[in-house]
Design a protein around this ligand. Structure first.
Ligand code: VG1
Ligand code: CO
Length: 544
């Protein structure tokens, strides 16, 4: 078995986005495309000899092939040890857990997260560092720079190894360990939450719940944790088998895509609690009976009640949320007397704050919630947190939600996505709006007067890195807010995301439908940015 050197040349379009490099399978299948990017990761890391990595992914089409390619290249580049999930499977949070638990130098996670899979779908690669978290912008920039310089990559002239048998094999001089993808993560969850208490809740004859794994990676994790370790009834986890095309579905846990779960929640025998996760297991949607719990509210509620959970009983250091996420968590942080950090969209911005001990909990409106137990957002963790709260407070999820609104007021929130828009049109809309920001204060739009408007820029309080151009914010005098930004995870055209939130304290107005409560802001956004006029779209494609 020998190392071989393959000549190549830079390929366009290898700039990582919000969460790694995400492209269509067709793009990844182009000659050298995958190899160029993987070698660029190794080149950006510098000397790889003696380094240890974890490799695994969400099981989508191309996952197995990519894992084999990466293992050969890791060996050829001198890595000494590579842990790989059996079947090349690993959820994103499990990969983060394993990097931290075994003190590895990093990991390569194969996933396009909530994007559809299959030969016609998307694929992706993320690199995580030694803290278990997504590479910060300095590292993704170095990887991108390496893709522009590459002239060869290294691999081995060997056949694929059997990734379905747990155990150890040697590839060149690299030790490959094929590990149970679930066990370490399940053990970590058991160390954070009161499993006996959750088990007694799940064993209660009147508590029925459903977890929809959407044929993505969390199936095996949810089966082990919810059904095997916590004793939930068989069948609690639905769509539990990871499929290469997610059963033709869209592994995005929201009301639009988790249709089977929503139907069960509202069926003849309504359930007390429902949850779903995304392609790679880092997102969560939680539902109480008759209520959808917005992720912004979920973060605030977890923070407000964290003392119920064993791992967080000693208190929280601080909370962080992405800028477009509603300010519900800010109200809890203020009451707890702890700092609140507002970061750009994307989990990579939370890592420094957690490493420095400045925050314990963090979240994003895009169904992402997490804590410093790992360095990724964590879908099942959020579900277990909710179950532990329901058990610990002896209250149903919907009561916890309503009591929270009555205590803190409600931050109505909605995100409107305009997908697959022509890139030039989306850019023109954003450019025109950006140019108008300095003169907007004092303008009245659909009854809301603009107090301030800016293009969000973040200075990392730990290392001083500045990330500019992170979304256009319009703040109104009445406390409402609209944010415009372009997605960094799509693979077809551009996606415009428009985020709306407004604050309500009046107890009589806490239970409106969000689309109704925010309706005048939708009109304000259209008047301001000309969404209908410039994009030719009168309705968003997805509303969450
Ligand atoms: C989206 C979300 C963002 C999230 C990112 C990755 O990014 O808005 O909050 O961190 O996806 O999530 P964008 O740039 O498309 O808005 V995951 O679960 O897809 O890795
Ligand atoms: Co994800």
């Amino acid at each position: 078995m020998s190392v071989i050197r393959i000549d190549t040349q830079p390929l366009a379009g290898q700039k990582p986005g919000t969460s790694g490099l995400r492209k269509t399978v067709a793009e990844f299948s182009r000659p050298h495309y995958l190899e160029n990017f993987v070698q660029s990761i190794f080149n950006a890391l510098g000397d790889c000899s003696g380094k240890s990595l974890v490799v695994g992914g969400d099981g989508r089409y191309y996952n197995r092939h990519a894992a084999q390619v990466i293992l050969r290249m890791a060996a050829a580049n001198g890595c000494s040890r590579v842990l790989v999930g059996q079947g090349a499977l690993l959820s994103t949070p499990a990969a983060s857990c394993i990097i931290r638990k075994y003190g590895l130098d990093g990991g390569i996670v194969l996933s396009a997260s909530h994007n559809p899979g299959g030969p016609e779908g998307d694929f992706g690669i993320k690199f995580n560092g030694a803290n278990g978290g997504p590479a910060p912008e300095s590292v993704t920039a170095a990887i991108f720079a390496a893709t522009a310089r590459i002239d060869h990559y290294l691999t081995l002239d060997t056949a694929d190894i059997d990734l379905d048998q747990p155990g150890a094999v040697t590839l060149g001089s690299t030790a490959i360990e094929i590990i149970d993808p679930v066990a370490d993560y399940a053990d970590l969850m058991a160390s954070l939450f009161d499993f006996p208490k959750i088990a007694s809740l799940l064993g209660h004859r009147r508590f029925h719940m459903c977890f929809d794994a959407m044929h993505a990676i969390t199936g095996p994790y949810a089966l082990e944790i919810l059904e095997r370790r916590l004793g939930a009834a068989a069948g609690t986890v639905i769509n539990a088998v990871p499929l290469e095309d997610f059963g033709g579905g869209h592994p995005d846990p929201n009301l639009a895509h988790a249709g089977e779960l929503v139907a069960r929640m509202n069926g003849d025998e309504p359930l007390a609690f429902g949850a779903a996760s995304d392609g790679d297991g880092d997102r969560n949607m939680v539902l109480g009976s008759g209520v959808f719990i917005n992720p912004c509210d979920s973060l605030a509620i977890l923070a407000a009640n964290a003392s119920v959970i064993p791992a967080y009983a000693a208190g929280l250091a601080g909370i962080a949320r992405s800028m477009p996420t509603s300010r519900a968590a800010d109200r809890v942080a203020a009451e707890l007397g702890i700092p609140l950090f507002e970061t750009p969209t994307g989990w990579k911005f939370f890592g420094n704050l957690m490493d420095a001990g400045r925050i314990t909990l963090c979240g994003e409106e895009s169904f992402g919630t997490g804590s410093s137990h790992i360095r990724e957002k964590d879908g099942l963790w959020a579900v277990l947190f909710w179950l532990n709260l329901i058990a610990g407070l002896s209250k149903p999820a919907r009561t916890i939600l309503r009591e929270h609104w009555h205590r803190y007021g409600r931050d109505y929130f909605s995100r409107h996505d305009y997908e697959a828009v022509a890139e030039d049109r989306a850019t023109a809309l954003m450019d025109a709006l950006r140019a108008r920001l300095p003169g907007l204060a004092g303008t009245c739009l659909a009854g809301h007067t603009v107090a301030a408007a800016d293009d969000f820029s973040y200075t990392d309080p730990v290392d001083g890195t500045v990330s500019a151009g992170q979304g256009l914010r319009i703040l109104f005098e009445d406390g409402a807010r609209i944010v415009f930004r372009l997605s960094g995870t799509g693979t077809a055209g551009a996606t415009l995301r428009v985020y709306y939130d407004s604050y309500q304290r009046d107890p009589a107005l806490l239970e409106l439908a969000p689309q109704r409560a925010l309706a005048t802001l939708f009109a304000a956004a259209d008047e301001l940015a000309g969404i209908t006029r410039l994009l030719g779209r009168s309705q968003p494609d997805v509303i969450t």
